[in-house]
Design a protein around this ligand. Sequence first.
Ligand SMILES: C[S@@+](CC[C@H](N)C(=O)[O-])C[C@H]1O[C@@H](n2cnc3c(N)ncnc32)[C@H](O)[C@@H]1O
Length: 236
Amino acid sequence: MPGIRSDFITDYDSLADAWWDPRGPLAPLGWIARARAAHVPRAAREGAWLLDVACGGGLFGPHLTGKGYQVVGVDLSARSLREALGHGFDTVAQADIGRLPFADASFDVVTAGQCLEHVLDPFRVVEEACRVLRPGGILIVDTIATTVLARVLAIGVAENLPLPGKPPRGTHDHRLFVDRRRLVATAHAHGVALRLTGLRPHVRDGLRYLVGRREEVRMIPTRSTGVLYMGVGRKC
Ligand SMILES: C[S@@+](CC[C@H](N)C(=O)[O-])C[C@H]1O[C@@H](n2cnc3c(N)ncnc32)[C@H](O)[C@@H]1O
C-alpha cells in the first residue's frame, strides 16, 4: 500500500515509558485490556499457557493474575517487552507477529489486542494465532472496523482532540483497519468460529475521566461492531 508508514515499532519503543501512565497516550489500551480479560476463563488445567500477541508493555498482564496461566508475550518493541516482564508476563519474545516463533497447538488461550490494525497483513496474524492455539483453546482478538465512523472516531476525534488518553497523531492509518467479514472467515478457515461484539467507552466514566475524577474508563459491549470490536471463539 503506497504511503503506509512502517515505523510504528519506533513509536512504541519511544512510547515505552508511557505504557503505565493512566492519563498518557496509551491509557485507553489498558481499559480495553480489562474488557478483553473478562473473556479469559480460569485455566482448565495445570500448566496452561496463554500467548498475548503484540503484548506491548504488558497492560493485559495484571488482569490475568490468579487465572492460572503461564503468560507469554510477543512483540517487536524491545523496550515495551521489558515493561511487560515487570507486569505479569512470565516470558517474552521479540518477534514479528506475522511469524510467531511457536509450535502448532502450543497455547490454551491466544489474545491479539489492538495490533491487527497496525500490520499490513492482519489476516496472516490471525492465521498464526489460530495455528498456535490448541484444539479447544480460546482466541480473543480486538481491533478497529473498516468504516467511515471508525475513521472519524478513532482518528479524527481520538487523535486530534487535546484530551488525556489521546494517542499521538498518526497512530492509526484507516487503510489498515480490519474488515470484519474477512476476519471471521479467516478464523473460521482455521478452525475458530469467532463471535463479534462491539465495544465502547462508558459515557459517564469517560466524562469523569476527562475532568480528572476517574483514573480508568470501563469499556462496555455494544451490538454495533462498526468502530471498536472484539471477536471471541473456541478452536474446534
Ligand atoms: C496499540 S499497541 C497494543 C499493545 C497491546 N496489545 C495492548 O493492547 O496494550 C500495538 C503493539 O503492536 C506491536 N506491533 C506492531 N506491529 C508488530 C509486528 N509486526 N510484530 C510484533 N509486534 C508488532 C507494537 O510494538 C505495539 O506494542
